[in-house]
Design a protein around this ligand. Sequence first.
Ligand SMILES: Cc1ncc(COP(=O)(O)O)c(C=O)c1O
Length: 399
Amino acid sequence: MDTKQLMEWSDKHLMAFAKRYPVALVRGEGARVWDSDGKEYLDFTGGIAVTALGHCHPKVVGTMREQAATLLHVSNLFHIPQQIHLAKLLCDHSFADRVFFSNSGAEANETAIKLARKWAKEHGASDRGDIISMRGGFHGRTLATVTATAQEKYHHGFEPLPGGFKYVPFNDVRAVERAIDSRTAAILVEPIQGEGGVNIPDDGYLAGLRKLCDEAGVLLIFDEIQTGMGRTGTLWAYEHAGPTPDIMTLAKALANGVPIGATLATDDVAQVLTPGTHGTTFGGNPFATAVGLTVFSTLIEEKLPERAARTGRLLLDRLRALQKKHPSVITDVRGRGLLAALDVVPPVGTVVGACRERGLLVLTAGDNAVRLAPPLVVDEASVERGVEILDRALAGGGA
Ligand SMILES: Cc1ncc(COP(=O)(O)O)c(C=O)c1O
């Protein structure tokens, strides 16, 4: 079926929750994808920071085939070996002692909020439940996580929103200090804001939050759904800054595209979830966690965070050179590892469209930023080629 027919049916039968690009992708390999008309693209969206190992990585495909043919799903009423192994691996490579698996980033954050509120109630007054989050952040689309996301554009029409959320500016320790009171349960923050525009806080910001939390007996939650799994050049983005959280949430790249979410916590926090207090049907099932196990082991064995740091330096160098070449079009370049953004003067949709026409898929972020999140396995030649296409798109040259 051709793209035109697919788009007609899409318009007619799907809820229009996203403004979709006029492309239907049907096949992928590494950092490349092909559309239903056979056109090839360089994929610097990575499924929005999901396909860390690239499309159709042989080890991931192998695990999926094997696990689907062995045991797809059983309930959490039973012990699930793949889930146990993945939890142990995540704990061995992070601050955490325990993991709860779910199906998405929003669900991982819901669990984090529930954990923090229950912990706070067991460690203080019964009215302690407020979550302080940062303006410009993004935490998901369920009612609680969309409320934790400060921007009103995400709330509009969905009121009444759940209570117990407060917002402060990002990268401002003093603002958090002023906002903390006897009702505060936790601070929720992305170590680097992804959807908000790849906003990197000052050195010392996360350490400042850690200190405040320790002094006030408040939990610190890092949402590493976009930044985790090596994306920023270290396994977890919090490693750039030093302090560890009490709770961390993951999703996106954890199973390279198979839906999964994970909420990691210290023993002290995790013990508030006793049997019957929380649950999930699909979360942590044999299929998703077998794939997660393969993805995470491959990430560690092949040292992909280090590779992302190296390739990311090249990407950032090239983007800075591009800014020098087009100073009236690119006003800022930011990035860490393979998560990068450039603020552009023309409407960002025009730039994204011009890239797409020339065979490069990129994302938007914040108000007017082009965001790049290629797979962590992307090679240097593809980075050079991607930046060349971006250059031509910004200059308005031919494909
Ligand atoms: C930092 C962050 N948290 C949470 C989410 C929500 O994840 P999901 O779409 O899997 O619910 C996202 C998605 O973009 C995200 O970037």
